[in-house]
Write a new protein. Structure first.
Length: 539
């Protein structure tokens, strides 16, 4: 299966877009006319530039307002199409997208549209080109993929096929099941996009709010299952119009796109019996069993202050690392690690961000499988030197510059506290804190989708609806990502403005980071009583 992405989905100048798309591992692009209108050189050079990046041009788009016109507009539409065909030949692509007409003079009529496409097919075939017809959700006469298919069927031309786009079908709340009835070889191209469920004008929604499959609320998976059932084996391409993406980091958006596609294809392969999409096999989403540890990077002075705070909170300084300047603080099932090493990742985090959470350890069913899935989803693995007597704990680079470790009981990794640490003999009565309830991570609002996609593609976790939290300095968007039994609960807080508490935090930390960790208590009033007894100050 080939993967593609529309250049319009990515920010930047064309060379920057292409570099990001190639680096993310896509096979090709859908190219927009604006790309080379805005670019210094012509279509021939643009085509060469795309190929120089190891990419192919899978589609040229869009060609608008073609079908169903009366003369003389009809003849003009054909002249326009011929000029586009010449451009396509210079670019080096053989497929054009025609979207259903919104022309005020378009007459409608399925046979008229089919006749126009059939005649265009004759021109296209002379150029060695093909044309795909797509029903725009806001098309004047054709706004349903079933009508577009009927037009293509009646056009009955080898150079004329159908293009389906998940947004146009799902955005109009049409069932994708009817896609199953279309012959796979008459589908020339498949475009995917998701979107948050917002009631607004379809055109505006489509142009500004689309996002990657899995980032929104549309059932792109069912749509893709229907596509696969047809036997379609052409490219699967992302066509995402999103204001934030257009202003975002080209590399990050391209990586998110590839991650979303791989996770979606894997989901489809697990559900739809046949045929199977040709993607690397990966283990299923990881089941989280709990937060095993939270690690802070600090220097000695701040580590001492942090230790005092933890003592007040009822934690015991339970153990020290056998090789490293790392201490373990424990209460209930909660393990807090303080790392004051002068080298390694924690130290680098301390130098760039000050005392902060640098690492989260998750208890999972199978740590090795978790990392295998992460790798298949193009997440970078994290490696650090292992000294004598230490376990190899698999780890990945999380979003926002943190590290995430995975520990499982089956391979003995949850014994790390006995293997790598020496008990101090210190104990504490504790304050009734049992386990980590949630970890709150704060980021710029434009990074939230990246984070939620990261967690939901990797872990067996779902997202709750975004909640707007009003802060005196602006609005903070908050979203909970949670595993089914709440063993992992992460709140993402996206700040638009530096004047909010969350925004201030992001600016002060030079980027996204853990803003707070919440602990669960079996009896809050008892916990409060014990904390007051330990001289904990409450606001
Ligand atoms: Mg489309």
């Amino acid at each position: 299966m080939k993967t593609g992405i529309a250049t319009v989905s990515i920010a930047g100048e064309l060379p920057e877009k292409l570099a990001a798309i190639a680096a993310a591992g896509f096979d090709g692009v859908e190219i927009f006319e604006q790309d080379f209108i805005a670019h210094d050189s012509g279509p021939r050079d643009v085509g060469q530039m795309v190929r120089d990046h190891g990419l192919e041009i899978m589609l040229f788009q869009p060609f608008r307002d073609f079908e169903g016109l009366p003369e003389p507009d009809r003849a003009r539409a054909f002249d326009r199409a011929k000029r586009k065909f010449n451009v396509m030949q210079e670019l080096g692509t053989d497929l054009m997208l025609i979207c259903s007409s919104v022309h005020p003079k378009a007459l409608g009529g399925i046979d008229r549209a089919a006749g126009d496409l059939n005649a265009l097919g004759d021109v296209a075939i002379e150029h060695g080109l093909r044309v795909g017809y797509e029903a725009l959700a806001w098309g004047t006469h054709v706004n349903d993929h079933r009508d577009a298919w009927e037009i293509v069927r009646r056009a009955d031309h080898p150079s004329i096929g159908l293009i389906v786009d998940s947004f146009h079908t799902l955005g109009r709340k049409l069932s994708p099941e009817s896609v199953r009835r279309i012959p796979g070889d008459k589908i020339f191209f498949v475009q995917l996009a998701d979107a948050p469920q917002i009631e607004m004008d379809l055109l505006y929604w489509s142009r500004h709010f689309r996002n990657m499959p899995g980032e929104g609320d549309l059932d792109v998976r069912t749509f893709m299952q229907a596509v696969v059932a047809t036997g379609y084996d052409g490219p699967i391409s992302l066509e995402i119009f999103n204001d934030q993406f257009r202003g975002g980091s080209p590399r990050a958006i391209a990586e998110d796109g590839m991650r979303s596609l791989m996770a979606l294809m894997d989901d489809v392969n697990r559900i739809e019996p046949a045929p199977q999409l040709d993607i690397p096999t990966m283990p299923p989403r990881t089941e989280i069993e709990g937060v095993e540890f939270i690690e802070f990077a600090a220097d000695e002075v701040e580590a001492s202050r942090l230790g005092s705070l933890l003592t007040t909170l009822g934690f015991a300084h339970a153990a020290d690392h056998i090789n490293k300047d790392v201490s373990l603080w424990r209460q209930g099932e909660i393990n807090i690690v303080i790392n004051t090493e002068r080298e390694g990742f924690a130290h680098a985090t301390y130098l760039s961000r000050g005392t902060s959470v640098c690492d989260i350890g998750l208890r999972v069913k199978d740590a090795a499988e978790t990392v295998r899935r992460a790798e298949a989803l193009k997440v970078k693995l994290f490696h650090q030197r292992i000294d004598q007597g230490e376990l190899h704990l698999p780890a990945i680079h999380s979003v926002g510059g943190g590290i995430m470790h995975f520990l499982d009981a089956a391979s003995g990794l949850t014994d790390v506290w006995d293997v790598e640490f020496k008990a101090t003999g210190n104990a504490s009565e504790g304050a009734g804190l049992i386990r980590v309830d949630h970890v709150a991570q704060t980021m710029g609002h434009d990074e939230m989708l990246t984070w939620s996609l990261f967690y939901t593609s990797l872990f067996d976790a779902s997202k709750r609806p975004v909640v707007d939290v009003v802060d005196p300095g602006g609005v903070v968007r908050s979203q909970v990502i949670e595993s089914s039994d709440a063993s992992l609960r992460i709140t993402l807080n996206g700040a638009d403005s530096n004047r909010t508490l969350a925004g201030h935090f992001v600016a002060g930390r030079l980027g996204s980071a853990v803003q707070h960790v919440a602990f669960e208590s079996g009896d809050l009033f008892e916990t409060e009583r014990r904390l007051r007894a330990r001289a904990m100050a409450f606001p």
